[in-house]
Design a protein around this ligand. Structure first.
Ligand code: ACO
Ligand SMILES: O=CC(=O)O
Ligand code: MG
Length: 352
C-alpha cells in the first residue's frame, strides 16, 4: 500500500502527473472491436459518431495466431483514425500471457497519446495493478507521453472479487472496473455455459400454500450477479472510480441484455460493454437517465432549494437524502445531454 503523502507522485522520473479525479466523460457503452478485422475497422469512423468509447480488443476472442497482427493494427487505428470526441481504449492480454509485455510496450510507446484507458483482464489483487502502474510510468517517461494513461480492471476471478476494494484503491491511474461474468463463472466453477445472463436453476420457489408441498407453486429466477455487482459498485465508489457491467453474449436476446444492463444501471454502474452493433442502442437507452425521472428530480431540487429540510411531493417525503439522489440524476442527465450534443454534431458533419 502506498503512503497517502506520495499516492499522486509519478512512479517514474519524467512520467506525467497522475490524475486526481476521473475525467467526467460519459462511457455508457464500451464498444469492442477486433482491430485485426478490416471490416470492423472500416466501421470505426461511423461508430465514433454514436458511441462513447471504442475499445480495441487484444485478449480473449482474438485467436493466438492473430495476436501480433491485431496489436499492430490497433496501433495503426490509434495513430491514423479520427474518432472525434469518442475515447479509444485497449484491452491487453493477461499479465501472465506471452503477449502482455509486447501489448503494453507497443501501445504505450507508439499510441500512448491516443489511447485513454488500458483495460487489464483477470486482475487478482492490488499487486497486479501496482506492477502495471510502474511499467506504464516507465514507458510513458521513455516515450515522453504528456498525459497519464488510465487503468481499468476486469473483475473475473474469485481472488479478484475477494480483493476488489484493494484493486480499486491500488493506483491513481484506476479509472474503473468491469464485471467479467464469463471468466468469473469459469473461475468460480459455476454451472453456467454463457456470457452473462441467468440460469433457470437459480431460483426461489413460493412456500407450499397451506403446507401442500405437491401444489403448483410460483418460481422466480434470481440474479446470479447481484452479490458481485453490488460489491464491485461499493468498491468503486469507495475509491472514486467508475463501475461497469461487462459483456452479454446472447446477441439475439436483446430483451435480456437490456434487463442485465438496466439492473447494473439502477445499482450504480455507468455503462456496459457492447459486443455487437445491436447492443449499442440498448446501452445508450439504459445508461441515459429517463426523461420522466429527470423531470421529477428537477422538481425535488427546486422544492428543497438548499438541499435541507423536508417537504411532501405527490405524497412522497423528500429530504436531504432524496435531494442528493436527485442531484446525481440531474448531473448525469446534463453530462449526457452535452455528450449527445457532441455526437449529434459530429454525425451531422459526417452526413453533410
Ligand atoms: C467474454 C469476453 O471477453 S467478451 C469480449 C470479447 N468478445 C468480443 O470482443 C466479440 C466482439 N464481437 C464480435 O466479434 C462479433 O460481433 C461476433 C463474432 C460476435 C459476431 O459477428 P458476425 O458474425 O459478423 O455478426 P453479424 O453477422 O450479426 O454482424 C453484422 C455486421 O456487424 C458487424 N459487426 C459485428 N460485430 C461488430 C463489432 N463488435 N464492431 C463493429 N462491427 C461489428 C459485422 O462485421 C457485420 O458487418 P456487415 O453487415 O458489413 O457484414
Ligand atoms: O472478459 C469478460 C468476461 O466476462 O470474461
Ligand atoms: Mg474475460
Amino acid at each position: 500500500m502506498r503512503s497517502p503523502r506520495s499516492f499522486f507522485e509519478p512512479l517514474a522520473i519524467g512520467a506525467p502527473q497522475p490524475l486526481r479525479a476521473i475525467p467526467p466523460v460519459p462511457s455508457r457503452m464500451i464498444h469492442f472491436f477486433d482491430p485485426g478485422n478490416p471490416k470492423m475497422v472500416t466501421k470505426l469512423p461511423s461508430l465514433a459518431t454514436s458511441v462513447d468509447v471504442l475499445l480495441g480488443n487484444l485478449e480473449d476472442a482474438i485467436e493466438s495466431s492473430r495476436k501480433d497482427q491485431a496489436r499492430a493494427a490497433l496501433v495503426d487505428v490509434a495513430c491514423t483514425t479520427d474518432l472525434g470526441t469518442t475515447s479509444l481504449w485497449a484491452r491487453v492480454n493477461a499479465l501472465n500471457s506471452p503477449w502482455f509485455i509486447e501489448d503494453i510496450t507497443r501501445l504505450v510507446s507508439e499510441a500512448g497519446e491516443q489511447i485513454d484507458v488500458l483495460m487489464v483482464p483477470k486482475v487478482e489483487g492490488p499487486e497486479d495493478i501496482e506492477f502495471v502502474d510502474r511499467l506504464v510510468a516507465l514507458l510513458e517517461a521513455r516515450a515522453g507521453i504528456s498525459r497519464p494513461l488510465q487503468l481499468h480492471a476486469i473483475l473475473e476471478t474469485s481472488r479478484g472479487v475477494a480483493n476488489v476494494e484493494a484493486i480499486c484503491m491500488a493506483s491513481p491511474r484506476m479509472q474503473g472496473v468491469s464485471l467479467g461474468p464469463a471468466d468469473l463463472a469459469a473461475d468460480r466453477q459455476m454451472k453456467t455455459t454463457a456470457v452473462g445472463g441467468g440460469h433457470p436453476g437459480y431460483l426461489v420457489r413460493e412456500d407450499p400454500p397451506g403446507g401442500d408441498v405437491h401444489a403448483v407453486r410460483t418460481t422466480a429466477q434470481q440474479d446470479l450477479w447481484h452479490y458481485t455487482l453490488a460489491r464491485m459498485v461499493d468498491a468503486c465508489r469507495l475509491a472514486g472510480i467508475q463501475p461497469y457491467y461487462g459483456p452479454f453474449g446472447d446477441i439475439r436476446d436483446v430483451v435480456a441484455c437490456e434487463d442485465q444492463f438496466r439492473n447494473a444501471y439502477v445499482m450504480g454502474c455507468v455503462g456496459a460493454w457492447s459486443l455487437h452493433p445491436v447492443q449499442i442502442d440498448i446501452a445508450r437507452r439504459v445508461f441515459t437517465p429517463d426523461e420522466g425521472q429527470v423531470a421529477w428530480a428537477r422538481q425535488v431540487l427546486a422544492a428543497l432549494a438548499d438541499g435541507s429540510g423536508a417537504v411532501m411531493i405527490d405524497g412522497k417525503m423528500q429530504d436531504d437524502a432524496t435531494f442528493k439522489q436527485c442531484a446525481n440524476v440531474v448531473a448525469l442527465a446534463d453530462l449526457i445531454s452535452e455528450r449527445d450534443r457532441l455526437l449529434e454534431s459530429r454525425s451531422d458533419g459526417r452526413s453533410t
